[in-house]
Design a protein around this ligand. Structure first.
Ligand SMILES: CSC[C@@H](O)[C@@H](O)C(=O)COP(=O)(O)O
Length: 339
């Protein structure tokens, strides 16, 4: 397979490496990934994360295993195991289905090329949606975002952060409110790090501060990513997104979801059909990362920890995809089925 380099995944001299996002931003540690078990563990621990990137990571690993002699039966089994590593982000399933289809028609030798194609496709899709989305961002805008949707979550410039970066590059003098994104702090750790790298003016807030910023007219629009978009426009994203959408609707703040077409699930008719991952109680009882493990709750405190929530289409101002920006009318007419 050819060498590849993105912000948080790379392929060099026949080895796949993942930038350990669990340790960011204080430690930048590249982990080699040689096996399906290792990739599944990294996906589940969120060392590699973000809907597009987990699909790309799983595809590159399959391509690598095929390039190193794995047979069709093993690769089929591997793809099924990787496909089930996390349940909500449909990019993982879509990418594994592409790899399996190529395996079926052309055999193992075609998988490295397909994995590379998916990597380059994600870069191109991010560029396209970033440019389309930036047209919607007014000069001097205050943008609020949730979770992390940048180059750490994709092979390219990102989705919501891709739009933010494009608007910044166009000299629009934007400022970003970064939701810290409890419980795993993808905003406080990863988006804050990316904003700094990109040179975008930003302010970190706790998630529960977003409503007062909207009330005080300090937010011009909200941009978030997605892990799965249903055909009717409902979408799943990092838990807390729904709460932002309700607040945005109440305060009349434009609320956009930004994603590549690989995040659309054409088999899924509406949001209630999207499977939502529930995660370990320890993530809510405390926090862990490069700074160590902290538990501030009593040890056995009962916890509810859904990793994602579903935002209904009715609360969304626009769907920014690589093929265009769509409104409520177009979504109701079923445009997502035709992408
Ligand atoms: C371009 S990334 C879009 C989504 O995957 C992102 O917003 C998100 O919810 C990521 O969740 P995570 O649990 O960190 O993988």
């Amino acid at each position: 397979m050819h060498d590849l380099q993105a912000t948080s995944i790379k392929y060099q001299r026949n080895t796949l490496y993942v930038l350990d996002q669990h340790q960011l931003p204080h430690v930048e540690n590249w982990l080699p990934c040689e096996s399906v078990d290792a990739m599944v563990a990294m996906i589940q621990k969120l060392q590699i994360r973000g809907a597009p990137l987990i699909g790309i990571g799983a595809s590159l690993l399959l391509g690598h295993l095929a390039a190193n002699g794995a047979c069709t039966t093993t690769l089929q089994r591997n793809a099924e195991v990787l496909r089930a590593a996390r349940p909500t982000a449909v990019n993982l399933m879509n990418n594994m289905d592409s790899m399996l289809a190529v395996l079926q028609t052309s055999g193992p030798s075609a998988l490295p090329t397909e994995a590379e194609r998916l990597f380059h496709e994600d870069v191109a899709l991010c560029n396209s949606l970033a440019n389309l989305g930036a047209e919607l961002i007014p000069a001097n805008a205050n943008i609020l975002t949730h979770c992390n949707t940048g180059s750490l979550a994709t092979a390219g410039v990102g989705t919501a952060i891709g739009v933010i970066n494009a608007a910044h590059q166009q000299g629009k003098n934007i400022h970003v409110y970064v939701d810290e994104t409890r419980p795993l702090l993808q905003g406080g750790r990863l988006t804050a790090w990316e904003m700094k790298q990109l040179g975008v003016a930003h302010t970190l807030i706790c998630d529960n501060m977003a409503a007062i910023l909207m009330r005080d007219k300090k937010v011009d629009c909200i941009l978030v990513g997605a892990d799965r978009i249903a055909v009717n426009g409902d979408f799943a994203n990092k838990v807390g997104t729904y709460s932002l959408a309700v607040n945005a609707y109440h305060h009349n703040v434009p609320f956009y979801v930004v994603a590549p077409n690989t995040t659309v699930d054409i088999e899924c008719m509406s949001g209630e059909k999207i499977p939502i991952e529930e995660r370990d109680a320890a993530e809510v009882r405390g926090v862990s990362g490069s700074f160590g493990d902290v538990c501030w709750s009593p040890n056995q405190t009962p916890v509810y920890n859904p990793a994602f929530d579903v935002t209904p289409a009715a609360l969304i101002s626009g769907w920014i995809l690589d093929k265009g920006v769509f409104n409520q009318e177009q979504i109701k007419k079923g445009v997502l089925k035709t992408l």
